[in-house]
Design a protein around this ligand. Structure first.
Ligand code: PHE
Length: 402
């Protein structure tokens, strides 16, 4: 048997007397007084404290209280014993162990101390008041209630209402997406979807963005492998829908898109788009203009003015941006619209013949228009939200406003 094992079995005198000391004796001494010199010994010491904290808490919960007053007293006593600023165990440990620890042990003591401090939240007043049952009461702790059922005491008032869980609400992105869907469903469009992990071919080549084209940079995105990307826009669904249904075709595709943008108040690596596509005989730019103008007024209200400005997308020709009068200043000029009174809200254009061909549709017979919009951006304009990150952080204080 090695020496250290012997040591484990028969603790030296000092160590034995150390563990027989009450924890209060210990927290009033320094680590040096306690002869605690190694990380292992520190670990043991804190483990002992952690057990003591838990068992004192469990004891109080098991014991319960006869009424509110007694509960408040008992809770205060236990809370103060551990958390009082002056003389509470946690602050004694801080004073006597942590602050006075030799430099080389400080990090170990610090870490252990932080854990204990976290654990000690379980004896905060509010927490304990919830945990400690009042004997014979309907609001008793579930475990106590069970025990009391056993001895046949009528302890549960089953006519009391149950716990109410807070109701969630619809996420603003979903809400705006549905609103957009509704408008287009009313025009006879149907909803399509496609994969978020998409082939390079559908994401780029079929959309007339060859590998060498500089426009590919903007969408060149998160590659899963050399043939697969997280789709940078919902436009690949145009091709999928054309191949699946042929013409005539009136579809809308809401969904997620991914880009290598750096996150800031207007950019996120994941965001939502709605893609629209209409293919039929005799579709002209006038159809595109009329439909998008109708949509913009339905969504933002009749007061807004619309306009189109020229743009470029490899998959539409001609390409444009739908521009609306600024929803914030009504066209007067403000910070949001950079004093111009107008904001670009979506890309659009007449479907490029090459794209129709890739979708298996004869461009001699059919023509079409398409658009793509950012849902978060629409939500930001509609609800006056100034940071796109808010949509993806899951903070209920933000979300419950919708
Ligand atoms: N896919 C384009 C984008 O993500 C938007 C767009 C869609 C433009 C359809 C024209 C037609 O920016």
């Amino acid at each position: 048997m090695s020496e250290s094992e012997t040591e484990n079995r028969i603790p030296p005198k000092k160590a034995r007397s150390r563990s027989r000391m009450s924890i209060d004796d210990k927290t009033n001494k320094t680590l040096k007084d306690l002869d605690v010199k190694t990380p292992e010994a520190i670990g043991e010491l804190f483990a002992e404290l952690s057990l003591a904290l838990d068992s004192e808490r469990q004891h109080l919960i098991g014991e319960g209280a006869s009424d509110d007053h007694e509960r408040a007293q008992k809770v205060k006593a236990l809370r103060d014993r551990w958390l009082a600023r002056k003389g509470g165990q946690v602050s004694l440990i801080d004073e006597n162990w942590l602050k006075k620890a030799p430099k080389e042990l400080k990090p170990t003591v610090g870490r252990a101390f932080n854990q204990l401090r976290q654990q000690s939240a379980s004896v905060e007043t509010e927490q304990l008041l919830q945990d400690v049952p009042i004997r014979g009461s309907a609001t008793a702790h579930p475990e106590t209630t069970k025990a009391e059922f056993g001895v046949g005491r009528p302890s549960v008032d089953i006519t009391l209402p149950g716990y109410r869980r807070p109701l969630g609400s619809i996420h603003p992105v979903t809400r705006v997406m549905r609103e957009i869907e509704d408008i287009f469903l009313g025009l006879g469009f149907s909803i399509e979807s496609g994969p978020e992990v998409e082939s390079v071919y559908y994401s780029f080549d079929a959309l007339n963005i060859p590998e060498s084209h500089p426009a590919r940079d903007e969408w060149d995105t998160l590659y899963v492998n050399s043939e697969t990307v997280l789709r940078p826009h919902t436009s690949p669904v145009q091709i999928r829908a054309m191949k699946k249904h042929g013409a005539p075709l009136y579809i809308l595709c809401p969904g997620k898109a991914y880009r290598h943008d750096n996150p800031d108040s207007t950019h996120a690596t994941m965001f939502h788009q709605v893609e629209g596509l209409a293919v039929d005989t005799d579709i002209t730019f006038a159809d595109l203009k009329g439909t998008l103008e109708y949509f913009a007024k339905k969504f933002f209200g009749d007061k807004i003015k619309t306009n189109f400005s020229p743009s470029f997308f490899p998959f539409t020709e001609p390409s444009g941006e739908l521009v609306i009068s600024c929803v914030f200043c009504g066209g007067e000029g403000c910070r949001v619209c950079k004093e111009s009174g107008w904001v670009e809200v979506m890309g659009c254009g007449m479907v490029h013949p090459e794209v129709l061909r890739h979708g298996g549709i004869d461009p001699e017979r059919y023509s079409g228009w398409a658009f793509g919009l950012g849902v978060e951006r629409f939500a930001m304009m509609k609800y006056d939200i100034n940071d796109i990150q808010l949509f993806h952080q899951g903070d209920v204080r933000f979300l419950e406003q919708f």
